[in-house]
Design a protein around this ligand. Sequence first.
Ligand code: ATP
Ligand code: MG
Ligand code: FE
Length: 356
Amino acid sequence: RIVLGIESSCDETAAALVTSERTILAQRIASQDEVHRPYGGVVPEIAARAHAERLAPMIEATLADAGMTLDDVDAIAATAGPGLIGGVMVGLVTAKALAMAADKPLIAVNHLEGHALSPRLADAELEYPYLLLLVSGGHCQILLVEGVGEFRRLATTIDDALGEAFDKSAKVLGLGYPGGPALERLASQGDAKKVPLPRPLMGSAEPHFSFAGLKSAVLRAKQNMPLPVQGCVAGSVIPSAYTDADIAASFQQAAIDCLIDRTRKALKGVGHVNALVVAGGVAANTAIRGALESLAAEFDLPFIAPPLALCTDNAAMIAWAGIERFERGQSDPLDVSARPRWPLDPDAEAVRGAGV
Ligand code: ATP
Ligand code: MG
Ligand code: FE
């Protein structure tokens, strides 16, 4: 089986061809970082336009890379939400047109299910059920993954997503957009003990996350940073008590402490799982991966994280989610709707009005 996957829910335009044997035959990805950098974040209208310009030629090129035509494809899978609705519409409408023209089944994929199942594309041994920490630009959740479309959400953030906290803290430190990877690089040069920062909800009886207070504390730490002062002696400088790198390192450590505390709580309560798994853009963070690996060892569980390129948005994970559904006989009608909001666990109530 071969599935064409299409991703356009945020600021990556991507297409991929993946087989049920877990081979990525071809994949292309165009980031819009340059397009949005002047604005310091993703501008939805501009993103939708960029997807519309890039997607069709990208699909052609991806097929050409694999030496294939649409006739060789068994199904077409596209992200149908959640995400920025303009971009999602571009991808889904393109997939519908291709499905209609080539008479192939259409599979509407939940972007979060793409992230959630991506570890199974990377690792053939990973069996359901597993405990998943899903950390991305828009989400921070702990999920029990029991099967395709079978998710039980055990925890979510009551305010900001972790990726958002990384991006906003990076902005405060003048690291530009997107900030997560840059903040990680800076943190590696800093001292995580230099700046005392809060660990919201750590130790709390409820299972959820909170990062808004941590983000604000980063802003205060930056604003109150003692400036290097020119001394009386020519050329002598009294160094500040901490540097930007120290703030970055302290932020990252506070975030890790929260993640580990909350995930440990979930592992204690969850019952049997086959592995501790992390996915989503923030799962590309090496320090976070390392801390989770140690946590998994505490529970004698394998730790599984997809390769870095499968953590941030890509179309291979969408094609793979499509394959998992297709192999179970599922597809969607051509009038399926795009959904800007689409929780993985339909029973999960929004927590204190926070997003899904
Ligand atoms: P969602 O999947 O929730 O809809 P999204 O698709 O925008 O959101 P992803 O592409 O999954 O998000 O992840 C992007 C996020 O990952 C950004 O917030 C980015 O800063 C963060 N990120 C990427 N690499 C790293 C890293 N090395 N360390 C920390 N954060 C990172
Ligand atoms: Mg992006
Ligand atoms: Fe994503």
